[in-house]
Design a protein around this ligand. Structure first.
Ligand SMILES: C[S@@+](CC[C@H](N)C(=O)[O-])C[C@H]1O[C@@H](n2cnc3c(N)ncnc32)[C@H](O)[C@@H]1O
Length: 421
């Protein structure tokens, strides 16, 4: 049951989010800071409803019209998707609106176009069809992307063992439930979404929040003690921290990025992690002199490229509207340029890992194929062999890592591993 305070806050939030000029989670945090009268329960209802609506927006647009606006889309969401009792809605919607809700409740989705049934933008469905996905597989992927993502943690092996962390988290007094993730040797999956940012294991750096798929991308660098490694698009360092722990805090790990703000966010995480082998370095661009000076010196380079993020729709459903075919084309040019530049860092025999959280081949295979075509000194390694070496049992169809929520329970990720001969 949504009360009038929550209802008004939902509409306020949608008003800020629906122009899609800023990420939905940023808009929502700002609203919660401004509207102090909202308690924890109100905030939970508002966030759940707003994110639910954003997940299903392609369906709501089809039902209520592309310009229906926040109020009618909310009504369509509550009636057609959530199947709320109309009596419950009577307090907040008028008679005319309730008549629409009655119709929408009985929607026959089978007559809707594929992209509506899949809950995806039409241009994404067209791209997926272009890369050989049939209707059934698009529906499976789209529907898996409509769920909310689980909360995964990575255990920092410098500070704790996974079984000890599981034991502490599952302590009956703690009211938490945790289990090992199926693939990552460091992963823990929580039941529900408990806030862990004040948990002693978080504060002492034993755990970090990180999707299991992200952990596997770091694992593919094969980083070892004493090596020279670069995380080329380190951002706030999710994968940097995992790689640093793989190197057991020895050797040297460069964390490059062009965003000062993101690198600043890496600092407190580094402090908690206990790592002292990481060197954050701000780049002006992928062609920065700092990169040139390190040419041919790295045992491994990870390029976790800026991408559409379409693999993370469970967490960021607004990306369906914040990305477009044109923005992806612009990203493709950037991705190719970053990969070509980062490739120069790799020494003979060293590894180059190209990764994204996208499900589009234009951001994934196409970028890797272009590099292989222009730089024949690189060859593609088989990810299945590399994962087996790390004792990760994961069924894959080919030499590339492609993770999807419907198959693996992770976000959508891609990785290819190349070696300089
Ligand atoms: C997918 S995010 C990285 C996420 C990060 N690796 C993690 O695990 O938390 C991509 C990053 O690439 C950075 N980036 C964008 N253009 C870049 C460039 N030309 N050179 C290096 N980094 C770049 C962005 O600032 C962003 O932090």
């Amino acid at each position: 049951m949504i009360n009038t305070i929550q209802y008004q806050a939902i509409l306020d939030a949608l008003e800020q989010i629906l122009p899609f000029t800023a990420p939905a989670d940023v808009c929502l945090s700002r609203l919660f800071r401004e509207q102090k009268r909202l308690g924890a329960r109100d905030r939970a209802v508002v966030a759940e409803t707003v994110f639910g609506l954003l997940r299903h927006l392609p369906r709501l647009e089809w039902l209520a019209g592309p310009y229906a606006g926040a109020r009618l889309w909310l009504l369509a969401y509550l009636s057609a998707i959530e199947k709320r009792n109309l009596k419950e809605l009577a307090g907040i919607f008028n008679e005319e609106q309730l008549a629409l809700a009655r119709q929408w409740k009985a929607t026959d989705w089978s007559v809707a176009p594929l992209h509506v049934r899949a809950g995806l933008p039409d241009w994404v469905v067209q791209a997926l069809q272009g890369q050989g996905r049939d209707e059934e597989s698009i529906l499976r992927l789209g529907n898996a992307m409509l769920a909310s993502a689980p909360l995964d943690l990575r255990v920092n092996l410098l500070k704790a063992r996974r079984d000890a962390v599981l034991g502490a988290l599952n302590d009956p007094g703690a009211e938490l439930k945790a289990e090992p993730t199926p693939y990552s040797p460091w992963g823990v999956r929580m039941a529900g979404k408990p806030a862990l940012n004040r948990h002693p294991l978080f504060l002492d750096g034993s755990i970090e929040v990180q999707d299991e798929g992200s952990q596997l991308l770091a694992l593919l660098t094969g980083a070892r003690r004493g090596q020279m490694v670069a995380d080329f698009c380190a951002g706030a360092g999710g994968k940097t921290l995992a790689i640093g722990a793989m190197m057991q805090n020895t050797g040297r790990l460069y964390a490059f990025d062009i965003s000062e703000k993101r690198l600043a966010n890496l600092k407190p995480r580094l402090a908690r992690s206990g790592l002292s082998n990481v060197q954050p370095q701000l780049l002006a661009s992928e062609h920065d002199q700092k990169v040139k000076r390190l040419a041919g010196k790295m045992d491994a380079v990870l390029v976790d490229a800026p991408c559409s993020g379409l693999g993370t729709l469970r967490r960021n459903p607004d990306l369906k509207y914040r990305q477009s075919a044109q923005s992806v084309a612009e990203l493709n040019a950037k991705q190719a340029s970053i990969l070509a530049s980062a490739a120069r860092l790799v020494k003979s025999g060293g590894r180059l890992v190209y990764a994204t959280c996208s499900i589009l081949q234009s951001e994934n295979q196409a970028i890797v194929e272009a590099l292989l075509a222009t730089q024949p000194e690189f060859t593609l390694l088989d990810v299945r062999t590399l994962l087996a070496e790390e004792r990760v049992a994961l069924d894959l169809d080919g030499p590339l890592l492609q993770l999807t929520p419907e198959q693996h329970g992770t976000d959508g990720f891609f990785a290819a591993v190349l070696q300089r001969n």
